[in-house]
Ligand binder design. Structure first.
Ligand SMILES: Nc1ncnc2c1ncn2[C@@H]1O[C@H](COP(=O)(O)OP(=O)(O)O)[C@@H](O)[C@H]1O
Ligand SMILES: [Mg+2]
Length: 281
């Protein structure tokens, strides 16, 4: 067993048993009869009977590009609302909240690592990390009690992610490499220990060493705060590290319909012709 695998086994063993028993009765995520289409009257992108994730669990979601992974994460975070069905997070029906209420709920309870990072170019690294605490008093208080100050907590998280170099901290975030920006986005999602951490392909731009440090930090911080982790990735080699693994097309009836009907432009064409046809189209 390599050091990385040993670390994860140790993490599992260290989990307090009492909390596991409590966790078994509490679904932090509870989706029922969900349907979502990007446009009304269009075919749904997502059609999911149910999906439940218990408190403190680490869920890995995989699926091909375009299968609706990011859409599902946006529904969980209340960025968008479904046309049908329910989405509950920590027992709260986020689908029933107004847009403004969903924004507040997200600020208080959800850390989101966006696929495109969404860092603010005119803020420093530490200010970017502390940003969620401007929108949520709850997270600000948790961050301050963790390290004795907001900036200290931002620097603690940046240090754990290997971004503590003073020269680096002064640079505009836009000057950082893609991998470094991704780690700033992770620190921002972790600050103030949100109960749910959502990560959309967060390791796609990281090399092996940084990927390992990144996942260690994610797991450690989630375990410490008993946060639930929803992690989307193409990298199926990471799947064994998680408590629950879902292949989205297997739970998404809309995805199965799409897989059966295929791309209407290329359906029925010999595979060798598909690229040519699209180029000459
Ligand atoms: N903002 C949007 N507006 C309209 N259609 C979208 C939007 N985002 C995604 N889609 C469509 O929804 C489908 C699922 O996309 P997405 O959830 O991004 O998949 P994945 O994350 O698995 O690659 C795709 O057909 C995509 O084109
Ligand atoms: Mg996506």
């Amino acid at each position: 067993m390599n050091a990385f695998a040993q670390f994860f086994t140790a993490q599992q063993a260290l989990r307090p048993r009492g909390l596991e028993v409590a966790a078994a009765t509490e679904n932090v995520i509870d989706i029922n009869n969900l349907q979502f289409a990007w446009r009304n009257n269009a075919a749904p992108v997502l059609d999911i009977d149910n999906l439940r994730v218990e408190r403190g669990q680490r869920l890995f979601i995989e699926g091909p590009s375009g299968s609706g992974k990011s859409t599902l994460l946006s529904l969980l975070a209340g960025v968008i609302a479904p046309q049908k069905g329910t989405v509950s997070v920590r027992g709260r029906r986020v689908d029933a909240l107004s847009g403004a209420q969903r924004d507040r709920f997200r600020a208080d309870h959800i850390g989101f690592i966006f696929q495109m990072f969404n860092l603010i170019p005119y803020l420093s690294l530490a200010e970017n990390v502390a940003l969620p605490c401007r929108f949520s008093q709850r997270r600000r208080q948790k961050a301050q009690s963790q390290s004795g100050g907001l900036e200290k907590e931002a620097l603690r998280l940046l240090t754990l992610l290997g971004l503590a170099d003073p020269g680096l901290l002064k640079r505009p975030v836009t000057d950082l490499s893609v991998g470094q920006q991704q780690r700033v986005a992770a620190a921002r999602a972790l600050i103030g220990s949100p109960e749910v951490l959502i990560a959309d392909e967060p390791t796609s731009s990281l090399d092996a060493a940084h990927r390992e440090a990144f996942i260690r930090l994610l797991f450690e911080e989630c375990a410490k705060a008993q946060s639930t982790l929803i992690f989307v990735s193409h990298d199926t080699s990471l799947a064994p590290l998680f408590d629950q693994v879902i292949r989205l097309p297997e739970i998404n009836r809309a995805g199965r319909r799409l897989e059966r009907s295929g791309n209407p432009v290329t359906a029925g064409m010999p595979v060798s012709d598909i690229g040519r046809k699209e180029v000459t189209k």
